[in-house]
Each structure stands twice: as C-alpha cells, then as structure tokens.
Design a protein around this ligand. Structure first.
Ligand code: PGA
Length: 250
C-alpha cells in the first residue's frame, strides 16, 4: 500500500523562533490524530536540526534542496550527508523555483537525487509544466521528460524510495489550483509512466503528491482522486490550523 503524505514546504519563510513555534503547534495538532498520513515538514536548512528535535515521531523532516556534490569547496552549499546527519529523512529536489531561479537542470537534479539516496534521504522529486506548455498541449511530454531525465536512471530498488510531486508551475503560489480532473489525469499519466519503466507493482506503491495552491478547502476534492496520494503544500503549510485541515482531508 502506498503511503499518503502531506508535506509542508516552508520555502524562505519564518525565522528560527517562528519556525519552531509553528513546528510545535503542528506537532501538538498532529499528535492527536489516528490517521495513517505521513506528515513532513520542510523548513529552511538553518532550522532543520531544531525542528527535528521539536517534533515527535509522527512528523518527519525534509530539506528543500541538497547539493549536487559530495563535499569540498562549494561555498554556501549543504550536502546530502549533512542533511541526513540532522535526522532529516527526506529532501525536496527539483522544485520549480530551483529549476526556474537557480538554473537547476535535469542533469544537476539527477546528481542530487543520487546523492540523496546514497545518503539515506528519500527524494521528494518535483515535476510540472509552466502555463505556456499546458496551453500548447505539451504538459504530458514535459512531465515525462522531467521524470525520465531526473529519476529513471535509478534502479527499481532505488526508485522505491522516491516520492513524486506533481506541481503545475502555473498553480504554485498563484491561488489557481489544477482542477480535480486535471490533477487526476496527470497523476494517472505519471503512474503509467512509472509502471512502463519499473512495473505495475512499483508504480502502485509510488506516492504521487499534488502541489500548487492546495489548501484545506480544496484538498478533500483533490485527495479523493485514486492517483493523488497527498500534497506538497507551500503557503497553506505556514498556518498550523490550515495545514491540519489538509492533513485530515483524506
Ligand atoms: P503553494 O506552493 O502551495 O504556495 O502553491 C506549493 C509548492 O511550491 O510546493
């Protein structure tokens, strides 16, 4: 059975004290739940160690990125091994903001994915088209090529540790959500793409998250789809009650 997941991507928000406050608030709300949803918090690098200490066993911690090199003279970078040493279990890789603003190519992302896995971190690998690509009908091709180039060099054993997150770029932070049908259509396509490469059993076990203006008020409809296994949440993950509303939307 594939895992249901709700992950909060804090992006570059909250200082350490504010972040700890938010993490503790979420932890308190989540500790009372009996559902089988994996909750993940992805704070900035500077907060990971403290956030990890502040939350209980029901919450896992993720980075928002990791370096494409093992170690050495790469000023400002944070390696997968360093992230792992904080107690984090996941690393978001290939977020559209990294692709768009920091020039992260498929080749760089593949290196990051491999390093994350080699260090025992589970990649949350993001894929998704920009508006122009959707409007010109290229969205399936774009997403497929991001998957093929970003993760299909992995063995099936390695791939089993990958979480995929479909985030249409036009829906991120815009208040525009993909419709429930658009999400399901793409998630189904992604699962078929994974099945063609690694087999149906692996595809059936792969968690595919939706991201892009997902909030408590639309999560229920999105998560009701058979191929939507949860969400990667930006803005709505910064308010504990709203985030809880998403966690309990299944
Ligand atoms: P959003 O961001 O929920 O603020 O649209 C989602 C994401 O970028 O992960």
């Amino acid at each position: 059975m594939r895992q249901k997941i709700v992950a909060g991507n804090w992006k570059m928000n909250k200082n350490l004290q504010e972040g700890l406050e938010l993490a503790k608030e979420i932890d308190k709300l989540v500790s009372g739940l009996t559902n089988d949803v994996k909750v993940i918090l992805a704070p900035p690098f500077t907060h990971i160690t403290e956030v990890k200490k502040a939350v209980g066993s029901k919450i896992s911690v993720s980075s928002q990125n990791c370096a494409a090199e093992v170690s050495g003279a790469y000023t400002g970078e944070v390696s997968a091994s360093m992230i792992k040493s904080t107690g984090a279990e996941y690393a978001i890789i290939g977020h559209s903001e990294r692709r768009q603003y920091y020039g992260e190519t498929d080749a760089i992302l593949l290196k990051k994915v491999k390093l994350a896995l080699a260090n025992g971190l589970k990649p949350i690998f993001c894929i998704g088209e920009v508006l122009e690509e959707r409007e010109s009908g290229k969205h399936f091709d774009v997403v497929k090529s991001q998957i093929v180039n970003g993760v299909f060099e992995l063995t099936a054993e390695e791939f089993k540790n990958v979480v995929l997150a479909y985030e249409p770029v036009w829906a991120i932070g815009t208040g525009k959500t993909a419709s429930s049908d658009q999400a399901q259509e793409m998630h189904k396509f992604i699962r078929e793409t994974v099945a063609a490469k690694y087999g149906q059993a692996v595809a059936d076990d792969t968690s595919i998250l939706y991201g892009g203006s997902c909030k408590a008020s639309n999560a229920k409809e999105l998560f009701a789809n058979p191929d939507v296994d949860g969400g990667l949440i930006g803005g709505a993950a910064l308010v504990a009650a709203e985030f809880l509303g998403i966690i309990t939307a299944f």
